[in-house]
Design a protein. Structure first.
Lengths: 887, 110
């Protein structure tokens, strides 16, 4: 009863001291009453007092006990009142929000978009950049990366020897060599599996445990060790039905017998795309100083648990400096650094992902600004209600708490809907994400995402709730009361705040739109880059011949037979074979010397990419022959060795003379004969690794003269190229059923996926910018429309005094455009800063691209005009009679 | 029957207080007097445990308390039974009756 009574007639909370005083008073009353009664019965006052005390018993104990009980009661009542107030506020807020469904819906949708987008992007960032890879002490697991004379370099087998000899801050080092594996189990067809050859200590460094069986033991990378392999969990489930008896099973890998010894968990694989691990055995030549010039290996390292990673980094750098002194020729300006495996894997994604995170944060800020504006409008309309509640005794703090409860309830609803938006967004995002973005596929709406949503809900609620709450003031509530509960009175400060919010919104939108515009512009630039070949109608695929069964002659025969059979397929116009597909960028570079020029030091020799091609390669893929001749059918093992070079090669190395007729020595193991190769033709450039890269020099050698086992087959089709995939597989199967075909794609698909990341980021930020534009247009519309409705009286007077409809609407639109212009000006300053941040993501545009900024400002002006035009039209139709009577 | 007043059984005081307040709201002194008069001094009840019981019952939600004016115009704390207290009294009363009946059945000559 007392708690309910306090609801209506608030009794101030009692302090501990007041409680003590109350207890004393109650007990004194008892004793006084008793003494009075005893005196009335005839006792002397002293005797009466003694008697009363005797009857009472332990007074001090009672006082202490009662005081403690009363403090309990007080605290419990306080708690229950706070909870009751809270639920009362929530109930009241819910009723208020239900009473204005249009406002509530608009606010919830706006917030849901903002929160949902942020949750989705955060989930991806969380997975890719924040969550450590699932290895014990993953932050100490590192790749050793090398650069030489400023260019990226790989490891040599001798790096392992050097590091093991000198390093003290590492648990150990292990080398890896990427390989494709043709895996055959039982009597099934060969399957191409991504494999890797590693040191025997590989899994020891990773510190992972096998799901089944065991990993490599020391010595299993020695020359005479048995062939053993570890498989990944996915492969185990896919091909071996997750049967534990897989351990000890014999399979054939690249035409050699292997025994499977263990299975590694799917998320503990390293490298993360690999499914098959074998040990790397070095030849005597590879593990001698002679191999210091050959760089093709990856280096994994684990830093000791008690050593700072920075110290370990300094150590490998120091070792590389020491080794340069010992081998100044091969190791000239060669430096080593370490990158944690996570940095190594996701380093390229860091920037774009953070930019996306910034973009969604902008969207959320704009959404908050919109809702704050809506709430301000609402607060003005509710001044009458607030005044009445104040008059009835509600304190300012109480009203602010009520308003904040409404804001938080709104943001909570928005966030719940936002989770739905995030779920949908994640689904679309993961579907559209290019395959080559590592870790992205593993992103999900997990506990971290839910936590961030909850934080966003509270933070956004506070951000947009605090402004309307500051509008609650005691001093002018009397005025508000006089104006009545209609709430038509306007406070100038509230209107000013609405305008400031709109300006901020426009500024944010301009910054975001400029960023998006720059990325979209970069993307269109990229798409319009000339690939240098004609991708339409061309199908491509890869296969790898096992080196054990295919020597040069066998490879030649295979390629000849393949070309003959494919050419005979219906619908095939031509077929070419190479060791690489353009845009794949996985070729090797070799140093070379030009015949007739003075000898230079080995480390100063120029280098070039080398490709093996058959005679029909150029016309099949559509690379034009610019001068001289192409590789011909006559270029066979017995004939003079020839090469064809690309235009960049000719220009760079023969700037003042014709390259055709010159000869080069390729610094290639196969060229140890010292025989020179004559340049017989020049062909057009292709973008070898990526469209964004400048064409690099390429030397094409006839595949018949220098065959290689890794083959890329290109088929120009008369019809749809994809239809040739099945018959092509049959042809290869008929030639050798142990050789699987993989990476079957049309060249158009390859071109598309080569810009997949750029397309992905540009699309994402484009969507965010579009949402931002719509939200800020709605915000602008809201403010102008509200201003018009507030000025109905004034506008009526103007019309009555002779202002034309045209003049009135110009005035209103003008107001909208002024706000837009101020916002745009601030936004452009912001986009200068933002442009700097995205510079590295741009292609063919500068961060201050005038075209982009011009288009953004133009679009915004258009949208702003439209947003102001609707209220302007209403303003111009104001009937002066009604407007003035309504006041 | 012994001439010395009997000690109170554990929990008995609560029932007595609740029963007393069932007559209407009254202050602690009145409760004390009421119980003394009703028990004819047979039970030895000090006032300290009585007040402790009153506040304990308030914490338990069986009685509510508020300040009011006494018959001689002094501020006094008045206690009243809540509906929860009324239910509690009911339950305790019937438990007591059953207990007492059982004891009597043993004590009375067959």
């Amino acid at each position: 009863m007392s708690a309910r009574r306090k609801r209506f007639f608030r009794v101030p909370w009692r302090t501990a001291r007041q409680i003590r005083a109350d207890v004393d008073e109650e007990l004194r009353f008892h004793l006084d009453m008793r003494v009075d009664a005893l005196v009335a019965l005839g006792l002397a006052p002293d005797a009466a007092h003694t008697r009363a005390m005797q009857e009472f018993g332990d007074l001090d104990d009672a006082r202490r006990y009662i005081g403690a009980v009363d403090r309990d009661i007080e605290a419990a009542e306080r708690r229950s009142e706070i909870m009751k107030d809270f639920w009362h506020d929530v109930g009241y807020a819910a009723r208020k929000l239900r009473a204005t469904p249009a406002f509530t819906l608009a606010a919830i949708v706006t917030l849901a978009l903002g929160v949902g987008a942020n949750t989705a992007i955060f989930s991806v960032v969380n997975r890719v950049l924040l969550q450590p890879l699932p290895f014990p002490q993953a932050e100490r697991l590192a790749r050793v990366v090398y650069t030489q004379q400023g260019h990226g370099d790989a490891g040599t087998p001798m790096d392992l020897v050097d590091n093991n000899a000198h390093a003290t801050k590492f648990v150990g080092f292990s080398m890896m060599e990427g390989t494709t594996a043709n895996l055959i189990r039982d009597n099934n067809d060969a399957e191409r599996v991504q494999g890797v050859r590693v040191g025997a200590n590989w899994f020891t460094l990773l510190r992972v445990k096998p799901i089944v069986g065991r990993f490599f033991t020391e010595g299993e990378d020695k020359h005479d060790a048995a062939n053993v392999a570890v498989i990944g969990e996915q492969l185990w489930k896919r091909d071996f039905g997750a049967d534990t008896s897989v351990v000890g099973k014999s399979v054939r890998i690249n035409s050699q017998p292997y025994t499977i010894i263990g299975v590694v968990a799917g998320d503990q694989r390293y490298p993360i795309t690999v499914e098959l691990w074998m040990t790397k055995r070095y030849t005597a030549q590879e593990s001698s100083d002679g191999s210091r010039g050959a760089r093709w290996l990856g280096v994994l390292a684990r830093v000791k648990d008690d050593v700072p990673v920075a110290d370990a980094d300094a150590e490998v750098t120091r070792i590389s400096e020491v080794m340069e002194k010992q081998f100044p020729e091969q190791f000239r300006e060669r430096r080593a650094h370490i990158k944690t495996v996570q940095q190594y894997l996701t380093g390229d994604m860091r920037k774009p992902l953070l930019v996306m995170l910034g973009a969604v944060a902008f969207v959320l800020l704009i959404a908050c600004a919109n809702v704050a504006n809506l709430l301000l409008v609402r607060a003005t309309a509710r001044e009458g209600e607030m005044a009445i509640r104040t008059a009835l005794g509600a304190g300012r703090a109480r009203l602010v708490r009520q308003l904040m409860t409404e804001s938080l309830l709104l943001s909570a609803c928005g966030s719940v809907v936002g989770l739905g938006v995030a779920k949908f967004g994640m689904y679309e995002l993961l579907n559209r994400a290019p395959q080559n973005l590592p870790l992205v596929a593993g992103a999900s709406l997990d506990g971290g995402a839910l936590a961030i949503t909850a934080i966003l809900a509270v933070v956004t609620g506070l951000i947009f709730g605090i402004l309307p709450a500051t509008q609650v003031r005691k001093d002018d509530l009397a005025a508000a009361l006089r104006a009545g509960a209609r709430g038509t009175r306007t406070r100038p400060s509230a209107n000013r705040m609405k305008r400031v919010i709109v300006v901020a919104e426009v500024a944010l939108a301009v910054t975001l739109l400029t960023g998006a515009g720059l990325l979209l512009h970069s993307f269109t630039n990229l798409m319009s880059v000339d690939t240098g070949f004609r991708p339409e109608g061309v199908l491509s695929m890869k296969l790898v011949l096992p080196a054990r069964t295919y020597d040069s002659t066998a490879t030649r025969n295979f390629v000849r037979a393949l070309e003959t059979r494919v050419r005979a397929l219906p619908g095939v116009q031509s077929v070419g074979v190479s060791d690489n597909v353009p845009l794949d960028g996985s070729g090797n570079d070799f140093t070379f010397a030009i015949r007739g020029r003075s000898h230079v030091r080995a480390s100063d020799e120029p280098s070039t990419a080398v490709r093996l091609v058959t005679s029909d390669f150029f016309n099949t893929i559509g690379i034009p022959v610019l001068s001289g001749r192409s590789v011909g059918v006559e270029d066979q093992p017995g004939t003079a060795k020839v090469v064809v070079v690309n235009r960049t090669f000719a220009k760079r190395f023969f700037p003042n003379e014709s390259a055709v007729g010159q000869a080069i020595y390729l610094g290639w193991g196969r060229d140890s004969t010292g025989e020179s190769r004559q340049i017989v033709g020049i062909v057009g450039d292709v973008h070898d690794a990526a469209l964004a890269d400048q064409p690099e020099p390429i030397v094409y050698t006839p595949m018949m003269q220098t065959p290689g086992q890794g083959l890329s087959i290109l088929i120009r089709s008369k019809g749809a190229p994809a239809a040739l995939a099945a018959p092509m597989r049959e042809v290869v199967r008929a030639l050798d059923r142990e050789v699987p075909v993989y990476s079957v794609q049309t060249m158009e698909e390859r071109v598309g996926s080569s810009v997949g990341q750029q397309r992905f980021y540009a699309t994402l930020i484009g969507i965010f910018a579009a949402v931002a534009l719509v939200l800020s247009a709605v915000g602008l519309y809201g403010v102008i429309a509200y201003a018009v409705s507030q000025r109905t009286h004034e506008l009526g007077v103007r019309v009555a005094l002779g202002a034309t409809a045209d003049r009135i609407s110009r005035m209103v639109i003008g107001e909208g455009l002024i706000l837009t212009a101020i916002g745009a000006a601030i936004g452009i300053v912001g986009s200068v800063v933002a442009g700097r941040l995205v510079t590295t993501l741009l292609f063919g545009v500068t961060p201050l691209d005038p075209v982009t900024i011009g288009v953004v400002v133009g679009v915004l002006a258009l949208v702003a005009t439209l947003a102001s035009w609707l209220p302007a039209r209403r303003a111009s139709k104001v009937d002066p009679l009604i407007a003035m009577r309504g006041d | 029957m012994a001439t010395k007043p009997m000690e109170l059984l554990q929990g008995t005081l609560d029932v007595l207080v609740l029963r007393t307040l069932a007559w209407g709201s009254m202050h602690g002194y009145a409760v004390s007097r009421w119980i003394h008069q009703r028990t004819d001094g047979v039970l030895e009840i000090e006032d300290a445990p009585l007040y402790k019981a009153l506040h304990r019952l308030e914490r338990a939600g069986f009685v509510s308390a508020e300040w009011g004016l006494s018959e001689n115009n002094r501020r006094a704390r008045y206690y009243a039974l809540t509906s929860a207290g009324r239910r509690q009294l009911h339950a305790e009363e019937s438990a007591w009756r059953r207990y007492a009946e059982a004891v009597f059945k043993v004590l009375e000559p067959a």
